[in-house]
Design a protein around this ligand. Structure first.
Ligand SMILES: [Fe+2]
Length: 328
């Protein structure tokens, strides 16, 4: 692939000299006539090398060099500083500013070509750039693989349980939307999505006779059913990437007033993600038809949620929830 060299000099003659020295070398040559343009072109062109004049009005070559080194996207681009000042101090300044090499003007054409060829052969910038791109790509692929796996597990639970896959996905979406309204972002939202999709994964550990029973559960059966959050915890606790998502499967039946299960946590002892999920889950469940009851209206469901706030639900989340309901 053709390599790009960005030539930065405020003087036309200076730029042209460099172009004439390098035009037979097979590089794609680009020019900038001041420091601002150099920074702009370094970002947009991502050249393989920058030849940078020091003496420029406004921003000096040293300053351009420093700014490039501070910008993570272009920090690795090799820079040769060209200085008219053949003194020790200028060389030190060039190196301190982060230049890879320097040449004093008037420069020897052969030496300049040889130094550029050497830097191009090392290809350090391109290698680092490729490595970073590969790493980012691998990270995206890994997240996609996690997403697909978690969705698969979520579907597996709905195959056994009477809950539907759509409910799981809606509740995950609502929990994320609510969390976003509350200011959570980035990774935290992903962990909430995963936790919500897996909220009932512990039901894998509950027998069919209990899980699919049509009538009311006996006290003993109910006791066994209440173990599903603990099953979830035991299943997920050693999966490192799911560790931050475990709060919802483990704590989604806890209630604000401490009357929930499995641990009877109270108030903010209940992790925030589980408090958010509790609202999203009840909202979606009551608005859906179930084998044993018809779907409630939005008004009736909303009234119920308000009534349960402070008992089942966190009062601090209610205002965010009402804002969410208004827009959905
Ligand atoms: Fe559950």
């Amino acid at each position: 692939m053709q390599k790009t060299v960005l030539i930065v000099d405020d003087e036309y003659a200076g730029r042209q000299t460099l172009v004439s020295v390098l035009e037979s070398e097979g590089y794609q040559l680009k020019t900038a006539k001041n420091g601002h343009q150099a920074l702009e072109k370094a970002e947009t062109l991502k050249p393989d090398l920058i030849l940078l004049d020091v003496m420029m009005p406004d921003i000096t070559g040293y300053q351009v060099c420093q700014r490039i080194r501070q910008n993570i996207d272009i920090a690795e681009i090799p820079i040769i500083i060209l200085t008219a000042l053949n003194d020790h101090k200028s060389m030190l300044l060039a190196l301190e500013a982060g230049a890879d090499d320097f040449l004093s003007k008037p420069f020897d054409r052969h030496e300049l070509r040889a130094r550029i060829a050497g830097i191009m052969r090392l290809n350090r910038y391109q290698k680092l750039h490729d490595e970073r791109t590969n790493l980012e790509q691998a990270h995206v692929e890994l997240l996609n693989a996690y997403d697909a796996t978690i969705l698969g597990w979520s579907k597996a639970v709905t195959l056994r349980d009477q809950e539907t896959e759509e409910h799981n996905q809606r509740v995950a979406k609502t929990s994320v939307a609510l969390a976003e309204k509350m200011g959570l972002q980035g990774k935290d939202l992903r962990y909430i999505k995963w936790g919500a999709l897996l909220h009932d994964i512990g039901k894998i550990g509950i027998s069919d006779t209990i899980l699919l029973k049509n009538g009311k559960l006996t006290p003993e059966e109910w006791h066994l059913m209440q173990e599903h959050p603990q099953h979830a915890y035991n299943m997920l606790k050693d999966i490192t990437y799911l560790r931050p998502s475990i709060d919802i499967p483990y704590c989604h039946h806890e209630k604000w007033d401490g009357s929930g299960y499995p641990r009877g946590l109270k108030g903010t002892e209940i992790p925030l993600s589980a408090r958010i999920f509790a609202l999203a889950d009840v909202w979606d469940a009551l608005l859906s038809d179930r084998p044993y009851r018809k779907a409630w209206t939005r008004e009736k469901t909303l009234a119920y949620i308000k009534e349960e706030t402070g008992k089942h639900f966190d009062p601090d989340i209610l205002s965010y929830f009402l804002a969410f309901v208004e827009n959905n």
